[in-house]
Design a protein around this ligand. Structure first.
Ligand SMILES: Nc1nc2c(c(=O)[nH]1)N[C@H]1C(S)=C(S)[C@@H](COP(=O)(O)OP(=O)(O)OC[C@H]3O[C@@H](n4cnc5c(=O)[nH]c(N)nc54)[C@H](O)[C@@H]3O)O[C@H]1N2
Ligand SMILES: Nc1nc2c(c(=O)[nH]1)N[C@H]1C(S)=C(S)[C@@H](COP(=O)(O)OP(=O)(O)OC[C@H]3O[C@@H](n4cnc5c(=O)[nH]c(N)nc54)[C@H](O)[C@@H]3O)O[C@H]1N2
Ligand SMILES: [Mo]
Length: 750
């Protein structure tokens, strides 16, 4: 039956698109006209929104409902209940735990991207709710850049997130000024399809095209050619070896008289502590190109020529976030800053070092910042925060001490976990071990639109709406558009908005006023939007009132600026005494007394080469291949997976391997393979390609982890294979890119 037809634009983390609606169904998604290179990701939305794997009704695990049994998460059936009953049970349980064990027994870190939209942001909602009922154990940093968020403020004295988005050279300046672009881990238009809150005009590919057209030398250093657009040069190096290569580049600069000592003298501190290590005076090993060559796989002459080129031209070094998502990820980040300091171009237009161009869309955009629309989360009375990627350690080791960035604290004793807007059984490492740790808490609550592997492993699952089932506002600080996101269809099944779910719980726990402040969703949206509108007016930008925005659906904001951006590094370069860095010395710290004082063997006082525990230099016969697990091109993490996995031949996921490695194992393109190590095994479909370095295999993230008891994960989630170790005691970030595996053929079985 087809009802009245309508078409509206909405926004998402992967940008804007049009949706066609017939009656209460979304029937088609189409690109947004103003986007020069629209992503294909939205195509999966109609099928995903109406998918059989939507959570239809509130559901409680049978063993938990009947006897509060802990074992059985993920393998037991669920019992569907009416909303009132489910909310009564959930509220009583949260109340019981906070009374019996205190709010520090509740983990509400709830990491995950949820969906775009300024009000219905599940993570903000769960934090606000838990704050209104006494607080929760929170988490620090992100899986994206957790390690960098810890180390980089020691080096540049600046919050890393603000550094990334507000103080890096914009694409226009790079095009005008940069002559050499050295990209560790590449700059991949596939990844910049996505941005927190969305980027509307996807321009990364176009910018790199302009760079190449003007003759800029663009070099992708990393295991995969496809990490940078066609036309870029490729230096295939071993994963986890970048610091050795950077040290050798630094060695050439120092020993060939190419290092900018005037810059080092005026703007940095600690070079004299680092230099003896570089030259081998302190450890007997000069960091020569010959030393680095077998470690990283680049030949010494190539390293020498690259160092000279970098010294003699305006050079921008860029570093993908993936480099710090591996054991000792602090080192390539710190060392890239030291290398840039030795080149002396930090603070000059188009020179220096930048982090995560292409990692997400929006990095490098020349847009003025506007104050935003953020749901206030309230105050958290519990002041316990764990590094985000240490969740399994926390669940396994209550009361045990752990190190983090100079602090040593015991892990809290978690009895209840509340997750909304994330999929830890997609994003966390070593999923089989995580599944075991996840059995520890007494109760796990999850709000989710779909039966994800995390929802399946919860005790209480409350069905949440998707953005197409509720009204919201779309606005990202890294974009120059503003969207009204209309409710296009009624909630699917019995789904409710996260806000209404938490309002229902808050009411039962006597926290209605604290959580809702007496407002409905619509009133909150009006309040947040009016606040934004006022800020905009103060900044001289007129935007319509909410009724007007509803009418126009979207508009482009006049916030583009011309020329280089006013970064703290530019001010520092102009006036190092008047605008010092926020470090203890006021300068860029090549040696950090603070870090040295922590006494960490895995992150000493200046950057060093520390081989990871798993990499090609430590390959074993049982696990000879290095697994990298990049972001998927066809979706955001595990979102929309329900629909994508239905496409013929789409699962198991594709594993890219080099022709030599494939031939040695009798594997051809299209073959089903088993990828395995001591942590687990997954099925995958091989794609043989010479665009990946020998010895390296790549399996993207995002396939839904299978059910417990499946020895061979059927869909191909790489986190079955990755190591769950912190990057170091300093950053304790996610080490997803540190993993060795073996691959064997499963033949041509379908
Ligand atoms: N091996 C490996 N692992 C990695 C990485 C890697 O490079 N390699 N990268 C890591 C990184 S950087 C990240 S950011 C993480 C990403 O990991 P996550 O952010 O956990 O991944 P998502 O799939 O985006 O999870 C969001 C979840 O929120 C749900 N959701 C969407 N909208 C709503 C809503 O309105 N309400 C509610 N309640 N739920 C909603 C979605 O259905 C989905 O299940 O993965 C990390 N894991
Ligand atoms: N389409 C799409 N885009 C996304 C996302 C998504 O899910 N889908 N997720 C977004 C998120 S949350 C994030 S955090 C960013 C992540 O952005 P990044 O961290 O920059 O991206 P990745 O895809 O994890 O890794 C990029 C490449 O790094 C290379 N690499 C891995 N290890 C090493 C190493 O040790 N050295 C070198 N030189 N290279 C290495 C791999 O070949 C890999 O393809 O992507 C964002 N963009
Ligand atoms: Mo991320």
């Amino acid at each position: 039956m087809s009802g009245p037809q309508s078409t509206r634009v909405t926004s998402s983390h992967w940008g804007a698109f049009e949706l066609d609606v017939e009656g209460d169904r979304i029937v088609a998604a189409r690109p947004f006209g103003a986007d020069p290179t629209p992503p294909e990701i939205p195509q999966a939305i109609p099928a995903a929104v109406h998918h059989r794997s939507r959570v239809a009704r509130p559901s409680i695990r049978k063993g938990w409902l009947e006897g509060r049994k802990r074992g059985g998460r993920g393998s037991e059936p669920f019992v569907e209940l009416p909303w009132d009953e489910a909310l009564d049970i959930a509220a009583q349980e949260i109340d019981r735990v906070r009374r019996a064990h205190g709010n520090e027994a509740i983990f509400g870190g709830s990491y995950g991207w949820s969906s775009a939209g300024r009000f219905h942001h599940a993570q903000s909602q769960v934090h606000r709710f838990l704050n209104s009922v006494g607080g929760y154990v929170a988490s620090f940093g992100s899986y994206s850049t957790g390690c960098a968020q810890a180390i980089m403020p020691h080096v540049f004295g600046h919050n890393f997130i603000s550094h990334l988005y507000d103080h890096q050279e914009n694409w226009q300046t790079l095009e005008a000024e940069t002559e050499t672009l050295v990209m560790f881990g590449g700059i991949n238009p596939k990844n910049s399809q996505v941005s927190m809150g969305g980027v509307t005009e996807h321009g990364t590919k176009g910018w790199i095209g302009k760079f190449l057209a003007k003759g800029m030398y663009c070099l992708n250093i990393g295991p995969q050619r496809g990490d940078a657009p066609e036309g870029c040069e490729w230096l295939p190096v071993k994963p986890g070896s970048d610091t050795a290569l950077m040290l050798a580049l630094a060695y050439v600069l120092e020993t060939e008289g190419l290092a900018d000592h005037a810059f080092l003298e005026r703007y940095t501190t600690g070079y004299e502590r680092f230099r003896p290590y570089l030259l081998g005076e302190s450890d007997g090993q000069p960091k020569t190109p010959e030393w680095a060559a077998p470690l990283c796989g680049a030949d010494p002459q190539t390293i020498r020529e690259l160092a000279r080129r970098m010294a003699l031209t305006r050079t921008m070094i860029t570093v993908a976030w993936s480099l710090q998502r591996g054991e000792h990820g602090e080192q390539p980040y710190w060392m890239s800053a030291v290398l840039a300091a030795m080149l002396g171009q930090i603070g000059l237009p188009g020179g220096g070092v930048g982090y995560g161009y292409g990692a997400i869309g929006g990095v490098g955009h020349a847009f003025r910042r506007m104050r935003g629309m953020t749901l206030p989360q309230g105050v958290n009375p519990v002041d316990k925060v764990i590094p985000v990627a240490r969740i399994a350690d926390m669940l396994r080791n209550p009361g045990q001490p752990y190190d983090f960035n100079g602090n040593r604290e015991p892990y809290p004793d978690i009895r209840l976990v509340y997750w909304a807007g994330g999929n830890p059984f997609h994003h966390h490492q070593d999923l089989n071990a995580f599944h075991e740790a996840w059995q520890q808490p007494e109760t796990i609550l999850v709000n989710e639109p779909w039966w994800t592997p995390t929802a399946k492993r919860a005790d209480i699952v409350l069905p949440a709406t998707t953005p197409y089932e509720r009204e919201d506002i779309g606005r990202s600080p890294l974009d120059d558009y503003l969207f009204h996101m209309p409710a296009m269809i009624p909630p699917v099944g019995d789904a409710r908005d996260d806000y209404d779910i938490f309002a229902g719980l808050a009411a039962r726990m006597g926290a209605t006023e604290a959580y809702t402040e007496g407002k409905s969703s619509t009133q909150w949206i009006e309040t947040l939007y009016e606040g934004y509108r006022q800020f905009a007016a103060e900044d001289g930008i007129e935007v319509p009132d909410l009724a007007g925005l509803r009418e126009v659906n979207w508009l482009k904001l006049p916030i583009t600026y011309e020329g280089p951006n006013p970064s703290f590094l530019r001010r520092f370069r102009e006036d190092p005494d008047g605008a010092p860095l926020g470090t203890p010395s006021g300068r860029l710290e090549i040696f950090s007394e603070t870090i040295d004082g922590f006494g960490y063997a895995d992150c000493p006082g200046h950057p060093v080469w520390l081989p990871p525990s798993e990499w090609l230099g430590a390959a074993r016969r049982e696990a000879p291949l290095h697994l990298v697990s990049p972001q998927p091109g066809d979706k955001l993490h595990s979102q929309l997976e329900a629909a994508l996995a239905d496409r013929p031949g789409a699962r198991p996921e594709t594993l890219v391997m080099n022709p030599g490695d494939a031939a040695a194992r009798g594997i051809a393109s299209g073959d089903l393979v088993r990828v395995f190590n001591t942590r687990g095994a997954v099925r995958a479909r091989a794609r043989v390609s010479d665009e990946i370095r020998p010895g390296v295999v790549a399996l993207p993230t995002g396939a839904w982890f299978g059910d417990p008891g499946e020895n061979l994960d059927p869909h191909g989630n790489p986190n079955v294979l990755t190591a769950d170790i912190g990057t170091s005691k300093l950053g304790q970030g996610c080490s997803a890119h540190t993993a060795l595996v073996e691959v064997s053929g499963l033949g041509l079985e379908a």
